[in-house]
Design a binder for this molecule. Structure first.
Ligand code: HEC
Ligand code: HEC
Length: 292
């Protein structure tokens, strides 16, 4: 018995040492495949809406909106159809400024605003490095997505927390750590008040109301999904929910009353968030000013 206890203790210690020694690629894999959910847009799905694991990141959803039609491109390491020929600096520029490289296909053309660079600009330098390090490890898949068409100039709405930025020192407290995760997870892009294509991240932060059309393959007549209010309002928002109820909604797509929640929120990605990160996200959401 005692020996089993020691072995278990040694394993625990090894596991915690592993966490300390997380490599940049591991950190990037965690960010990309949980909170940043890149594959929710960039990975293809089958007819039932399930991700196709061996095709991850090879090109995904097509967004047909008034200002543009754009397909989330292949971001695997394929040289011709992916981003294998891009330098690290070029990948970083696409992520945090939404700009393509000055060479190759569509040279210099800004990326449509659906690519959330206005949120990703908040990434700490080491996290940006980690995302790029992980993308370099993604196996090349050949797949050319259709070219985008732009019907209006690209405009990204400024997100105050991303513009203010975060420092390592800021991330000492749970609320700020949660704000960082909610920023790089672009949660408020969907969950804030939205009108005529413009998000209100100041007066309408977290207030909900934005409409999403049903996904391809939904039965005819499916109504659009209304994004809920996630401010601290006790009845209109999630102020009256327990921490466990909020975490269940985020990670398992289950509403407070047990109803399944609809896409496009990336529940299947958030399911792998660490408990400590989920606790920080909840701590931040509790501070979002209540809106009716
Ligand atoms: C909400 C959907 C969405 C999410 C989330 C998203 N992207 Fe994108 N991304 C797009 C779309 C759409 C484009 C193409 C826009 C265009 O063609 O104008 C794009 C473009 C890109 C490009 C430029 C590729 C090229 O060939 O031009 C890169 C690189 C990229 N995304 C990487 C990422 C990474 C890494 C993440 C996660 C950290 C991510 N994206 C998250 C939708 C998304
Ligand atoms: C791409 C858009 C999108 C993003 C990004 C997004 N959500 Fe959601 N969220 C939704 C939709 C849509 C629903 C559920 C709609 C339904 O079925 O009623 C939802 C539901 C929720 C709920 C349940 C609220 C309720 O009243 O049922 C919570 C809590 C929530 N989201 C928190 C978050 C957090 C935290 C993040 C970031 C980590 C996030 N969301 C990112 C679209 C989004």
């Amino acid at each position: 018995m005692l020996r089993i206890g020691i072995v278990a203790g040694a394993l625990l210690l090894a596991a915690s040492n592993c966490a300390v020694a997380e490599t940049s690629v591991e950190r990037g894999a965690y960010l990309v495949n949980t909170i940043m959910a890149c594959g929710n847009c960039h990975s293809p799905r089958d007819a039932d809406g399930r991700l196709i694991p061996d095709k991850a990141f090879s090109g995904g959803l097509t967004f047909n909106t008034p200002p543009f039609v754009a397909t989330a491109p292949n971001i695997t390491q394929d040289f011709e159809t992916g981003i294998g020929s891009w330098t690290d600096a070029e990948i970083k520029r696409a992520l945090v400024e939404g700009l393509r490289p000055d060479h190759g296909h569509l040279a210099g053309v800004p990326l449509a605003a659906i690519m959330p660079a206005n949120f990703y600009k908040a990434l700490l330098p080491e996290d940006l490095d980690a995302v790029v390090a992980y993308l370099r490890s993604v196996k090349a898949i050949r797949n050319q997505v259709p070219d985008p068409a732009y019907k209006a100039p690209v405009r990204r709405d400024a997100y105050p927390d991303a513009d203010a930025g975060f420092s390592k020192a800021d991330l000492a407290g749970p609320v700020k750590r949660g704000a960082y995760l909610v920023t790089i997870g672009h949660c408020m892009e969907c969950h804030s008040a939205w009108s005529r294509g413009v998000s209100d991240f100041r007066g309408g932060l977290g207030g909900g109301g934005r409409l999403f059309p049903p996904r391809d393959g939904s039965p005819e007549g499916t109504p659009p999904t209304i994004v809920p209010n996630i401010t601290a309002h006790p009845t209109a928002g999630i102020g009256g929910w327990t921490d466990a109820e909020i975490i269940r909604a985020v990670t398992h797509g289950v509403a407070r009353d047990g109803r399944p929640l609809k896409p496009p929120m990336a529940y299947d990605y958030y399911a792998s968030l660490k408990n400590s990160d989920l606790a920080d996200i909840v701590a931040y959401l509790r501070t979002v000013p209540a809106l009716p």
